[in-house]
Design a protein around this ligand. Structure first.
Ligand code: BG6
Length: 479
């Protein structure tokens, strides 16, 4: 049902995500007059706080995390906020929460980010006090389970109170402008689609590299590891957007139908086509940083780096490897997709001593937001010694192409869609379950092998085995 919510209930309101992303995103939307005048925002968490305390807490978060030029109207925004503490395991707690929220019939959007073990009691608690009725939709933040079985349990629990059309599973990568731009690049241009297949594409690379280490999320990260933290969600969503067939329309069902077909066509990966790594002490930007074990304070077999050679077994992508890699404490923060095209079938330049290089499309997602297509061009000159060709980039820097627009936090887009009711950029149940199924099969193999993650120095591009993974097919990772 389409409705614009006039109440937003934020679980985990005093948490890290709320401080760094949710409150700043909402304030920025408010500054641009994108929140309805009557929207009330109710924060809830375990901590006892008054409305005034919560407003002070929010003000501090905004001053820390939202650029000054986007804080216009902060005072009005803070006035929208109220707070109710909640013990998520008592019925009384939900009754008090319902009183604070008030009548949800005008439309309530709930943003739920909670420990996986609290999903069931929270949904049941909301349902009991009428906060799961027809006019309520719910956004779910990861981690939505730790494997297929636990993800199904969460999905079943949520489905017992909300139908799928009211469930918004968040993958914040889908809120990134440049990720959405993949759809425009592929489906708003005629040139790419005819060559976007195994006849013309030799391989695809997806890199999500981070310089940060464990940060403060010790317990969560050590239980999760890079495969479940990054590949299961963000990287598989990127892969699905790159590999999907053209949808028939720009709507949630059409787009998600095509993505899930790709996820289901992923071939089970052989352990030999995966690399697990864990960082040791090293240096990032010239500064020494400790190893993972030291940061954690104990030995651990959790991987902080993964590289995988994947295949999408369908007509379009038969035989095209999709190389993925992600890791913490890599030399730079980069998310990019590289589409490597095949060479030309016949070169007229060889006899003149010139070689051609296959075209390559690089889609920079962050921090560089750009699209680069390498093209062969003749170098200027009389060519008396032979023709000289060089690969030069056609380069579109998005910030230059769209000056005067500001970059939005991914959560601005996602929170607005949650409030207004557009599911296009949210993950459907069948997608997330297909993602888990593929990831579980990899973990099973790792378990069977009992292999420890391979060490790599912080500030390097992961274990040497990750280089070998592509090199054995004559491919180098893009740098
Ligand atoms: C989160 C992961 O989902 O994504 C983090 O849990 C990771 O470990 C983060 O750092 C990366 O997001 P972004 O937007 O900074 O690329």
């Amino acid at each position: 049902m389409t409705f614009t919510a006039n109440r937003l209930l934020l679980f985990g309101a005093t948490g890290d995500l709320s401080q760094r992303m949710l409150l700043p995103s909402l304030c920025a939307l408010d500054a641009d007059d994108l929140l309805g005048a009557d929207l009330k925002i109710i924060g809830t968490a375990r901590t006892e706080m008054s409305d005034g305390d919560f407003r002070n807490f929010a003000r501090e978060a905004l001053e820390k995390y939202l650029p000054r030029d986007r804080r216009g109207g902060m005072a009005d925004f803070l006035n929208r906020l109220t707070y109710q503490s909640l013990d998520a395991l008592t019925e009384e707690g939900y009754r008090e929460l319902a009183d604070k929220v008030g009548d949800p019939s005008g439309g309530l959007a709930i943003f739920l980010s909670t420990a996986p073990s609290l999903f069931e009691p929270t949904i049941a608690g909301l349902d009991k006090v009428g906060l799961a009725s027809e006019n309520v939709r719910i956004g779910l933040e990861k981690p939505l389970g730790t494997d297929l079985a636990s993800s199904q349990e969460i999905n079943d629990a949520v489905a017992s109170a909300f139908d799928e059309s009211r469930i918004y599973r968040i993958d914040h990568y889908l809120g990134k402008e440049t990720v959405q731009n993949l759809l425009a690049l592929r489906f708003a241009n005629i040139m790419l689609e005819p060559v976007w297949n195994s006849n013309y594409v030799e391989h695809v690379q997806i890199t999500v590299a981070e310089t940060v280490g464990l940060e403060s999320r010790v317990a969560y990260y050590d239980d999760s590891g890079a495969l479940r933290d990054m590949v299961q969600n963000h990287m598989l969503q990127l892969l699905a957007l790159v590999a999907m067939e053209p949808p028939t329309s720009f709507d949630a069902t059409a787009i998600r139908d095509e993505k899930v077909k790709v996820l289901r066509a992923l071939r089970s990966v052989d352990a030999a086509d995966t690399v697990r790594g864990q960082y040791r002490a090293g240096a990032i930007d010239g500064k020494s940083v400790p190893g993972y074990d030291e940061e954690l304070g104990k030995d651990s077999d959790t991987e902080t780096f993964v590289a995988i050679k994947a295949h999408v077994d369908n007509w379009r992508w038969k035989g095209v490897p999709f190389y993925m890699r992600t890791g913490k404490r890599l030399p730079e923060r980069t998310t990019e997709i590289v589409v490597q095209f095949r060479g030309i079938p016949h070169s007229i330049f060889e006899e003149r001593g010139a070689h051609t290089k296959p075209n390559q499309l690089v889609i920079g997602i962050q921090p560089q937001e750009n699209i680069q297509l390498s093209m062969m061009a003749k170098m200027p000159g009389l060519d008396r010694e032979g023709i000289r060709l060089r690969s030069v980039p056609l380069d579109i820097a998005m910030p230059d192409a769209f000056t005067g627009t500001h970059r939005r936090i991914a959560y601005e887009r996602l929170l607005l869609d949650l409030i207004e009711g557009d599911q296009t950029l949210f993950v459907r149940r069948d997608e997330i379950e297909a993602q888990w199924e593929w990831i579980d099969a990899i973990r099973e193999q790792w378990k069977g092998e009992g292999a420890k993650p391979k060490p790599y120095s912080a500030g390097s591009w992961g274990p040497s085995a990750a280089i070998a993974l592509t090199e054995r097919n004559g491919v180098s990772w893009h740098e």
